[in-house]
Design a protein around this ligand. Sequence first.
Ligand SMILES: Nc1ncnc2c1ncn2[C@@H]1O[C@H](COP(=O)(O)OP(=O)(O)OP(=O)(O)O)[C@@H](O)[C@H]1O
Ligand SMILES: O=c1ccn([C@@H]2O[C@H](COP(=O)(O)O)[C@@H](O)[C@H]2O)c(=O)[nH]1
Length: 230
Amino acid sequence: MLTILSLGGSIISPDSVDTEFLSSFEKMIRSYLATHQDARLIIVCGGGAPARVYQQAYRTLKSEKANHDQMDWIGVMATRLNAQLVAAIFSDLSHDVPVVTDPAADDITFTGRILVAAGWKPGFSSDTDAVYLAEKFGADKVINLSNIHHVYTADPKTDPNAVPLDTISWEDFRTMIGSTWTPGRNLPFDPIASERASRLGLKVICADGRDTSNTLAILEGKAFNGTTIG
Ligand SMILES: Nc1ncnc2c1ncn2[C@@H]1O[C@H](COP(=O)(O)OP(=O)(O)OP(=O)(O)O)[C@@H](O)[C@H]1O
Ligand SMILES: O=c1ccn([C@@H]2O[C@H](COP(=O)(O)O)[C@@H](O)[C@H]2O)c(=O)[nH]1
């Protein structure tokens, strides 16, 4: 059984690399794979603090001349840095296969139990790369691990009246987040990924990845704390 995990940069590197989280994530993943011999995982890494810090530096230096594509490429490189760290942690389980940087490529080698992927090209976030990989490998869902335990009716960081949701349709989710991509935007799942996932009939489970026992429950098909989109 193959599962796609979209591992948010906000939990890999909220300000600097969260080694305590990565250690507990590694233990949980190793234990899951040891007890489920048929299980395989694709882990798609986000950019987190390095993406935001370097994108902000570019914006400060260029102000209104800042270009979206350049901003996205900076973010892509941050996702690749985080992914290289995650790939190094799991190198024995991935058979040292290089980090995937083109999820649409026809020659992706996946011989181990884990494949690690990173950002591809401008125009979307690593959520979209996760959707491409789900499509390529025939997965029916993406587990999207971030720093929020639910999708809310609005951004809970800016709207005190936002209410957490257990489920939401693609139609309602896409109405809420809009359809425009902005580099570095903080969203539970990006608009381009959402359009593609909705078209494919994929389900996306959004949960707080820092709660590794909750992630294990999702992987094992048990009751969990989070939001199912679609
Ligand atoms: N309707 C919403 N429900 C929940 N969170 C929302 C909503 N709208 C915006 N957000 C924001 O989205 C954030 C999660 O997205 P963010 O991009 O920070 O996470 P990530 O994908 O883990 O990190 P990265 O983008 O660095 O990989 C939340 O912390 C929250 O502030
Ligand atoms: O395929 C991709 C992936 C990422 N980006 C850019 O990087 C940042 C950080 O990625 P997250 O997945 O949001 O952590 C993102 O905001 C984009 O600017 C990209 O262009 N293409």
